[in-house]
Write a protein that binds this ligand. Structure first.
Ligand code: MGD
Ligand code: MGD
Ligand code: MO
Length: 767
């Protein structure tokens, strides 16, 4: 018995005869997620990587050999001693001949919860101790918002997200919640760094019971629909900005906007107003105009706008809206709309960036100053906006724009990845595979043979959280968990920390990396540092041994409800925003000065390249790839819960009966989804929960090309990233734009395709 913590929750484990036999929900979790127990069958599954290994051609011919065979080559097992030496030698070669900037180790991804054994922290600390690496900025979740929101509201988006109005305040005060992108309650199973108590779904249910009305503007119904009533308005994907602008227009011409709020708390409204009225481009942003773009009825836009002015209204915008072309605009337009409504900073009113999208939004947690594992300083300045990875690999030396400045893509010769899966997260996998052929060497720490592991030259098997002791600690959740080691490492798997310490030993830099501390020493160090920092805020944390004995620590409750932007609202002179004007920037002189054609100085409707209203639509259906409800991204795709919803092994695809009928498709049929970038097979799930013209494939099915040697090959499993476009949101944010994607679907009548993604690659012993 002991506790383990993951992004999807805390569980009590039971071990029998050295094997994990049960994961039971944490007794303090009111709404536990069913995702956790999937790990039980996977720890010793055939997908487990049990020995270090190298790609055969790379081992035979040296760095750079037959890089097109990544993904189809055989692997040769190595001893740890051989693997450490190979990696050390290769790092030395690249650093000596090309420089540290030739190492790309952004290593984006969700790795494991657990403060110390956090793979990215480990790989970054290790590389910083040998001269640094080319890094990445921002996330795949909401990169466009991370760049635009600091210009509009000041500060840092991740920080602002922890300050969102609490569910309690919503429950007590919000009469109307208007959710762009709906309330994807299944998404709230997750929170980065750990989730002791799931509160989102219950928050929405409680608010509904207290009288909050929920309105969902989205191509898909909310997952909470079975728990709460919602008014659902269909909206074509990528058209929210048009609807938001029309709402703003209606407020303006009907004189329903809050002029006092705009004067006191915002700058630049006049310029936005001129745009709304069409004084600049001759196009007034009327409800009729927005109706023609979005498909939402003009009368509905008008009546909902009126209702918003007559009620305490909270707007919430899903992060998915940022993962589309011009993804900066929806968050900016929604913020401008909320400002015109004049309820920002008031209890239950204003704006939130994504209720139910992860568990921590609005959870009213005291912000504890927990210490991280220090990553040391990176001496290399080169970086990319995270989703520009293929661009970088394909175009070394080329210039790129980002947030007002011009930068140059470095020439990458070695990739090191630990704790993320680019063959899950990146768009246009065919293009990624071609880009991935460029560097001489790819080194990966992984625990399972997913597509990333198969595309490595050197693969180093790591442990899972259940095979090591750690601390589950994040300021976003009230519970800090003493994570116990449940079982011994499987095969020859090692903790990422020990992997890097071993390589460092071969580079004579071990002390710089470990500072002479064991993993346990570091955990105690992190605890003690956190305890000291907390003491400065008059919060008493127990000593390390008591914490380990009790099993968890709960941070103090907040005595009052958090209300987003209330300090600014109550006293804007004393508490100005961290924007150039100190106010909400509806027009940003800074952004305007960048002179970007795809991100002007105020919220703007721009027609995406791929959307349902395009004049020359290349394909007739809009494909959304949302988050999977049965897992976190690609993690545990082969587990029991994820497998339980697959259709003959294929990823389900949601489509409306109208679109299915037009194509002769019935429930459970295998369908081929395709566009100019690629194709995949899915199982049809026909449902009225998605609007006509839109189809949905949740992400996370392991990439499974029919011919692994051919980057253009169809994915027989159903990974939507063979279809999604690899374009930046704009020159400002350069975020991913997975949701701007058209495709067509047909009944698949070819030979039945067995899923082979979960068969490990061919592994041989050294000759
Ligand atoms: N089409 C489309 N694509 C998307 C999205 C979308 O909406 N549509 N969403 C995007 C979003 S929001 C995100 S955040 C990304 C997510 O993308 P990722 O975070 O890259 O996806 P994960 O599958 O969570 O990858 C985590 C990897 O870490 C490994 N891992 C787990 N524990 C450890 C450990 O202890 N050590 C090491 N070394 N490795 C470990 C897991 O096995 C897994 O391969 O995907 C993005 N991609
Ligand atoms: N179970 C589970 N939960 C997760 C994750 C997971 O992998 N599994 N991943 C986590 C991560 S890393 C993140 S970043 C968050 C992401 O959270 P989100 O970005 O909010 O999640 P998505 O599921 O991609 O999208 C939510 C809904 O947005 C709607 N939508 C899509 N495009 C549009 C549009 O153009 N307009 C409107 N109005 N609606 C649109 C669709 O109805 C879709 O179902 O989820 C987190 N939660
Ligand atoms: Mo994300």
């Amino acid at each position: 018995m002991g506790l383990t913590s993951s992004h999807w929750g805390v569980y009590e484990f039971v071990v029998k005869n050295g094997r994990l036999s049960e994961l039971n929900p944490f007794s303090h979790d009111p709404d536990p997620s069913p995702i956790g127990p999937s790990i039980i069958d996977l720890l010793e599954d055939r997908t487990r990587i049990t020995k270090p290994a190298a790609r055969e051609s790379w081992l035979d011919g040296g760095p750079g050999t037959a890089t097109h065979k990544r993904g189809s080559d055989r692997f040769v097992t190595l001893s740890w001693d051989e693997a450490e030496k190979l990696v050390a030698k290769e790092l030395e070669r690249v650093i000596k001949t090309k420089g540290n900037q030739a190492i790309y180790a952004g290593s984006y991804g969700w790795a494991s919860a657990g403060r110390f054994h956090h793979a990215q922290s480990q790989v970054h600390r290790f590389l910083n101790s040998i001269g640094g690496y080319t890094s990445s900025k921002n996330t795949y979740s909401y990169a466009a918002a991370e760049v635009i929101i600091p210009h509009v509201l000041g500060g840092n988006l991740m920080e602002l997200l922890t300050l969102q109005t609490s569910w309690q305040s919503v429950c007590e005060n919000t009469e109307l919640m208007v959710a762009f992108g709906g309330l994807p309650a299944f998404n709230s199973q997750i929170s980065n760094g750990g989730t002791g108590a799931h509160i989102q779904r219950l928050g929405a249910i409680k608010a509904a019971a207290a009288g909050t009305k929920f309105v969902n503007l989205s191509p898909r119904r909310s997952d909470v629909k079975s728990d709460i009533d919602e008014d659902w308005y269909n909206l074509r994907p990528n058209t929210d900005v048009a609807v938001m602008l029309a709402m703003a227009y209606h407020l303006l011409v009907e004189d329903l906007h809050d002029g006092y709020f705009l004067d006191k708390y915002t700058v630049g409204f006049e310029i936005f107003q001129a745009y709304l009225l069409g004084q600049k481009d001759g196009v007034p942003k009327t409800p009729a105009w927005a109706a023609s773009i979005s498909g939402m009825a003009e009368a509905d836009i008008i009546s909902l706008t009126r209702e918003m002015t007559s009620k305490r209204t909270m707007l919430t915008v899903s992060w998915s809206l940022t993962r589309q072309q011009y993804g900066e605009q929806p968050f900016w337009a929604a913020t401008a709309l909320a400002a015109m409504l004049g309820q920002m900073g008031k209890p239950g009113g204003g704006i939130a960036y994504g209720y139910t999208i992860t568990n921590y939004l609005g959870n009213n947690v005291f912000k504890m100053p927990y210490a991280p594992l220090p990553q040391k300083k990176n001496s290399i300045a080169d970086f990319i906006p995270v989703a520009r990875v293929s661009d970088m690999l394909l175009n070394p030396g080329q210039k790129f724009d980002y947030d007002g400045k011009e930068y140059i893509y470095p020439d990458i010769d070695l990739i090191y990845w630990a704790g993320g899966n680019p063959f899950h997260h990146h768009q246009n996998i065919t293009r990624l595979r071609k880009a991935w052929e460029k560097p001489s060497t790819v080194i990966v720490n992984e625990w399972c043979w997913n597509a990333l592991a198969r595309h490595a030259d050197i693969i180093l098997p790591c442990t899972t959280t259940l095979e090591r002791q750690d601390i589950g600690m994040t300021p976003r959740d009230p519970f800090v968990i003493s994570m116990d080691k449940a079982i011994e490492p499987i095969g020859e798997a090692r903790n990422d920390y020990d992997i890097f310490a071993g390589i460092a030993r071969n580079l004579d830099t071990e002390y710089a990396f470990t500072e002479g501390r064991s993993a346990e020493d570091w955990q105690e160090w992190i605890w003690e540092q956190s305890r000291e920092r907390a003491a400065k805020l008059n919060v008493k944390m127990p000593d390390y041994q008591s914490f380990r004995k009790t099993g968890f620590y709960k941070s103090p409750e907040l005595n009052e409800d958090r209300i987003f932007l209330s300090d600014f609202f109550n006293d804007p002179d004393t508490n100005p925003l961290k924007t150039p004007s100190g106010k909400i920037e509806i027009f940003s002189e800074t952004i305007d000065s960048f002179d970007y054609d795809n991100c002007p100085g105020h919220p703007t409707w721009m027609e995406p390249a791929e959307w349902l209203g395009a004049k020359n639509k290349t394909y007739p259906l809009h494909l959304i790839s949302n988050q999977p409800r049965t897992k976190l991204h690609s993690q545990m795709d082969n587990g029991a819960l994820s497998s339980s919803i697959k259709i003959k092994g294929h990823q389900p695809l949601e489509m409306n009966p109208v679109d299915a009928k037009a194509r002769g498709i019935t429930e459970g049929d295998i369908v081929k989804v395709f566009n100019g970038r690629g194709a995949c097979l899915c199982g049809a799930n026909i449902t009225n929960d998605v609007m006509p013209g839109v189809v949905i494939i949740s992400t996370g099915s392991w990439y499974d090309p029919v011919d692994p040697a051919d980057p253009n090959s169809m994915c027989k499993h159903g990974n939507p990233n063979v279809l999604s476009p690899d374009i930046g949101t704009s020159k400002l944010g350069q975020g991913p734009a997975a949701h701007s994607c058209l495709a067509e679907i047909e009944l698949y009548e070819g030979p039945a395709q067995n899923i082979t993604a979960f068969n490990p690659p061919e592994i041989i012993k050294k000759k």
